[in-house]
Design a protein around this ligand. Sequence first.
Ligand SMILES: Cc1ncc(COP(=O)(O)O)c(C=O)c1O
Length: 493
Amino acid sequence: MKRAPSGISPVIAVSKEAAKSLYKQVYEGYRQAIVDGNLRPGQRVPSTRVLAEELGISRIPVMSAYAQLLAEGYLESRIGSGTVVSTSLANRGAAPQARSNSPAAFAPNRRKLSKRCGSLPSAEGFFRRRSLLPFSVSQIAFEHFPLQIWNSLVTRHSRSASARSFDYGDPMGSRDLREVIASYLRTARGVRCEAEQIVIVSGSQLALEISARVLLDPGDRVWMEEPGYGFARGIFAMNGCQMVPAPVDAEGLDVASGVKRCPEARAVLVTPSHQYPLGVIMSASRRLQLLDWAERHGAWVIEDDYDSEYRYEGMPITSLQGLDRNRRVVYIGTFSKVLFPSLRIGYVVVPADLVERFLSVRFAMDLGPPTLPQMVLADFIREGHFSRHIRRMRLIYGERRSTLMQCIREQLGTEAEVPGGQTGLHLSVLVNGISDVEIAARAANQNLSLAPLSPSYMGKASRQGFVLGFGSTAVQDIAAAVRKLSSLLKSSS
Ligand SMILES: Cc1ncc(COP(=O)(O)O)c(C=O)c1O
């Protein structure tokens, strides 16, 4: 049985002026709260002393009401844990209120909602479907995270917390953290930035939402990579933008195709360092074409650089933002892959002249990021743990990735094409003549997580295949997982 927070007083109306006795009011108030399901079986109720104090009445009517509720079986006494709502009531089915909340109880035509939200992709099941099965996407090698170091930093900052650290922080994010991120981005990612241009957010998703609100109006058109990152679509849909699919090939987003389809788009969302989901890297000439188009048409480039810290062949690819001389690029980064997703810390590097706008939109949506995790992260980076972690994980993930590539070559042979695969924590395998969604559903029954590629297309999918995450898949499990994939493919052909 789920435990509700204990000892919190239920809302019951008690008036000394009422004709009904105080005892009866308390008794009836509690009984109703229990019958309605506002107080649940096993939930602890406040002591008679606390409740009498909160209601501003004497303890005697409260004691009498509790005695009556105990006698009738609504409450029970537990040695050591006070008085709780009777656990035997748990067997009586759903609370009446929960039942009357079922969608069928309301007429939908009298419950008008925004049209924009109706077109959002469903989030239902996202969390439920997440798993640590082989090939789960966006999972990290949790067992290699330097938890001890992280915990010691959490303890350090929790112990030294001051009155200031309990207050609202800087809505841009902690200055300390922005300084270390700026220095890291200049050095490792070739981003041209100062701490003053960085806004700390709760992940790329919020960064995108703020960017859309600052840069775009309803009806504006936005190029989206095709195939692309599905979660980004909800942002632009919510902001009333029209998304224009721009095809991706071996060189990344095809700028000429984008221009042909919609030259007057106001913005483009790109993942140039590691295209999601295909994994290709945007070529230098495409980068220059894109920046040139953006400058000539007054368009914005939103660069999502979500996992390029882990590059396994050659030098890291520098950011598109670093090439831009016209302040056209908004650069988004996240710690979800390089550290862990539940940290919920990301950042936007904003062109200097737009900082004020970004800040006011951010502030209107969310007064600022939580303080403690930022302090911990700033020290984690400043004290060298971050760069050590990246170096170590690059070897671990690198081995997983090369094992996966080799198994794909050996077991799937020419049947499968892997377009990218030099960066990040996932790669895509493209296979002709299959239904990736169907195979993925069958794989789930065999404890294999295959993310089908086709839903990454806004239009008709021109390729089928799977996005394979290798972040949380140990080297020794990879061959068996690819064998499973291979037999799923064989049985479907
Ligand atoms: C393309 C892309 N962008 C961003 C993210 C990270 O999002 P967030 O920072 O909101 O966790 C992911 C995670 O899988 C991703 O695939």
